[in-house]
Design a protein around this ligand. Structure first.
Ligand SMILES: *Cc1c(COP(=O)(O)O)cnc(C)c1O
Length: 252
């Protein structure tokens, strides 16, 4: 385990792709006139093994995104165990990995996800809010769980996510919970529109939310194909998969 941890990067091109993403983020930050380094990069590691996460950690990545509990649970456990061992052997004095849950979360998986997730980007419906409240009430008091409300930008209610016109009402319910910390909004740009158009809609929703909760000012938006555009339109958290990790082993 620790040997794996100590090997230098073995995934071809990974260090270069990670560095390129940092460079692209820095350029977009400059264009957006936001502070250099203020954007949080979440490397989406779904479908990739724990070893890839360990390599990325050694390159300086600390935030990882996963969208399926069945996969993320064992992977997070394995990575965290490797880090703990390396730390005990004084082979690692860097940070721990932080896990962001970014996919649709079934209510019956909430308990499992809360074992490793440091934040949930996909709070997308009242029934999930209910399940989170219930499970967090059973847990020993810790820090409030950071959450983003996922917006539905498709205009089709059945597609999941909170419609922009319902955001304030839903956010009000989230804000009442002292076990949750509302970070802001999350969104995925539609395939049939200019990404900038949807990122502007996300920003408008964020501004509306901030009139109610000024501290809920963060925007989780932007993926491999559009993260620079997202940053120019206000994203504070980008979720980048394939352009750093390489092609996924299978589609999810
Ligand atoms: C997979 C995924 C990403 C990353 O997508 P890439 O195109 O590989 O960068 C970002 N956000 C969510 C919600 C995802 O499911």
């Amino acid at each position: 385990m620790t040997l794996t941890f100590l090997t230098s990067c073995s995934t071809s091109g990974l260090a270069e792709r990670y560095a390129a993403a940092l460079q692209n983020i820095a350029e977009a930050e400059q264009e957006a006139k936001v502070d250099a380094g203020s954007t949080k990069l979440i490397v989406v590691s779904k479908t990739h093994p724990a070893d890839l996460v360990l390599e990325l950690l050694q390159l300086g990545a600390t935030n990882f995104g996963e969208n399926r509990d069945q996969e993320a649970g064992p992977k997070a456990a394995s990575v965290n165990e490797s880090i703990a061992q390396a730390r005990a052997n004084q082979q690692w004095n860097g940070p721990d990995a932080k896990w962001h849950f970014i996919g649709q979360l079934q209510s019956n998986k909430v308990k499992s996800v809360l074992r490793y997730a440091s934040s949930i980007h996909s709070l997308d419906r009242p029934s999930l809010l209910k399940a989170l409240i219930k499970e967090l009430a059973n847990q020993p008091a810790t820090k409030p769980l950071p959450v983003f409300i996922e917006l539905n930008l498709t205009g089709q209610p059945e597609r999941g996510g909170i419609l922009p016109e319902n955001l304030i009402e839903f956010a009000t319910q989230v804000l009442e919970q002292n076990t949750l910390k509302l970070e802001g909004v999350m969104g995925v740009a539609g395939l049939d529109v200019e990404p900038a158009f949807d990122f502007d809609r996300i920003r408008k929703s964020s501004e509306a939310l901030q009139t109610l909760a000024p501290e809920a000012k963060f925007i989780s938006a932007g993926m491999s194909n559009d993260y620079q555009i997202a940053i120019r339109h206000g994203a504070t958290h980008v979720r980048i998969g394939t352009s750093i990790t390489g092609k996924r082993e299978y589609s999810v």
